[in-house]
Ligand binder design. Structure first.
Ligand SMILES: *Cc1c(COP(=O)(O)O)cnc(C)c1O
Length: 455
């Protein structure tokens, strides 16, 4: 008889991985470099250093080092909330009546309510080590701002957060958490920056976007000595830090001889899917294993499934470096009706390259079906999932129901990137039956794509 897998698999504290994994070392075609929009040339470390932290820039540009040691101070902080459990979703399997075996890695068990803290603590550490006064950033739904405020507070540096206006208004409690950790928080677009004033003049009444908030945070960082800008997703360094998720999951699976067939994550900028899946993708790239990997994105901001693989700005204000990525265009602003998170227009250059090579697939879901999956999961497994994470839940359920049809007992693992306790306005819309779906038309997407920079 098969050994019974526990409901929750916890590694021991001293089994937490001590290195991050850099999938670029195993990629034949490396992700395209960031480009300086001024020169049209790859961004040099000298050009990056005034904007971002030096050590993080080295990580950003390093396509060759396979393993990075996690500094002791970061490992200590990880022990506050890691290892995170790998949970066997027995109750969900039963609710679906599926022969599939479903697992999820639960990253929501910290105050940020998401995986974001894994990279926030690393970025704050390197900023502190460089002797900086503080960092600036944007936050969309608020998880990144919370995570960074916690991390900066831990290392005693300033944290200046620009929060997308519609989230700032929808999630007043999120901002109180951020303020409790001592960070300064401003709704974006704001009149505190040049770019914010410009966006407000061009789009009066706009509820903002991540792209606008990034432009503002970058402007503040480069115009204030002792400050640098940090980003919670998309960048290579962020995927690197997030591999703690996949490495832990892999170790836990190896302990119990669990062999995943399908790995799933939701995709906003790609950091949780990248962190969860790239340690497994590395096996694939080295020809050691094969998995089906799925990225789940919102139909209202469909970067992978309807975007273009092209150089684009990372921000609406078009002041940031250009990244080659799947994008629906930096001028694309998702419908204000969209409450389900994952609103960023672009996608990690690492994941974009891998997706272009067909290493994994992507699916887009409408928010009402995502919330149906969230409700089913909450009722079966007890955790109220983040709307973002619920895209991954939706894909996992879809795969599990396929197994029910075919009678196959596949092993499905997904990353439960966070919890939804600050997303109750969205849950209210869903519960009231007033949630609507907005799928952008081809014209809307083509319009935004027509403004891609000419390379
Ligand atoms: C930020 C966030 C995401 C999306 O960002 P990625 O970089 O794609 O991971 C997903 N889930 C949660 C809970 C988040 O906070």
């Amino acid at each position: 008889m098969e050994e019974k897998i526990p409901y929750k698999i916890y590694l021991k504290e001293d089994e937490i991985p001590t290195q991050w994994y850099n999938v670029r070392a195993d990629m034949k075609t490396k992700p395209a470099p960031l480009i300086n929009p001024g020169t049209g040339q790859p961004l040099t470390i000298e050009e990056m250093n005034p904007i971002f932290c030096e050590e993080l820039n080295k990580q950003e540009l390093d396509n060759d080092t396979r393993w990075f040691d996690i500094p002791e101070e970061i490992l200590d902080f990880y022990k506050m909330y890691r290892p995170s459990p790998l949970v066997r979703a027995y109750f969900l399997e039963k609710a679906l009546d599926t022969p599939a075996k479903i697992y999820y890695k639960f990253e929501g068990n910290n105050t940020s309510g998401s995986h974001k803290l894994n990279s926030a603590i690393a970025q704050a550490y390197y900023a502190k080590k460089q002797g900086l006064k503080g960092v600036t950033t944007e936050t969309g739904a608020g998880q990144w701002g919370t995570a960074l405020s916690m991390a900066c507070q831990y290392f005693g540096i300033d944290c200046n957060v620009y929060m997308v206006k519609c989230s700032y208004e929808q999630k007043p409690f999120r901002r109180e958490v951020i303020r409790t950790y001592g960070a300064k928080i401003t709704p974006s677009p704001s009149d505190t920056t040049q770019v914010g004033r410009k966006i407000l003049a061009e789009h009066p009444g706009t509820t903002g976007s991540l792209g606008c908030a990034i432009s503002e945070a970058v402007e503040v960082a480069v115009t204030n000595p002792g400050y640098r800008y940090v980003l919670g997703s998309v960048l290579n360094q962020v995927l690197l830090h997030q591999t703690i998720i996949g490495l832990e999951a892999k170790k836990a699976m190896e302990k119990y001889n669990i062999k995943p067939d399908i790995l799933i994550g939701c995709t906003g900028g790609g950091s949780n899917l990248g962190g969860f899946a790239t340690p497994f993708i590395g096996d694939m790239l080295r020809g050691e294993a094969n998995y089906k990997i799925i990225g789940a994105e919102p139909a209202s901001c469909p970067s992978f499934t309807r975007g273009k693989f092209a150089y684009d700005f990372c921000d609406t204000g078009m002041i940031c470096p250009l990244a080659k990525m799947y994008t629906v265009g930096s001028q694309f602003i998702p419908s204000a009706n969209h409450a389900g998170g994952l609103r960023f227009h672009g996608m990690s250059p690492i994941l974009s390259q891998l997706y272009d090579e067909g290493v994994f697939e992507a699916r887009a879901y409408e928010q009402t079906q995502v919330f149906e999956a969230a409700e089913l999961f909450a009722r079966a497994e007890g955790i109220l999932p983040a709307p973002e994470s619920s895209h991954a839940i939706k894909a996992a359920i879809e795969e599990a129901l396929k197994c029910k049809e075919t009678g196959e007992s596949k092993t499905i693992a997904f990353n439960l990137s966070g919890t939804g306790y600050f997303d109750l306005v969205a849950y209210k819309q869903f519960n009231d039956g007033t949630m609507t779906d907005h799928i952008p038309t081809d014209e809307e997407i083509n319009e935004a794509l027509s403004k891609l920079p000419k390379m």
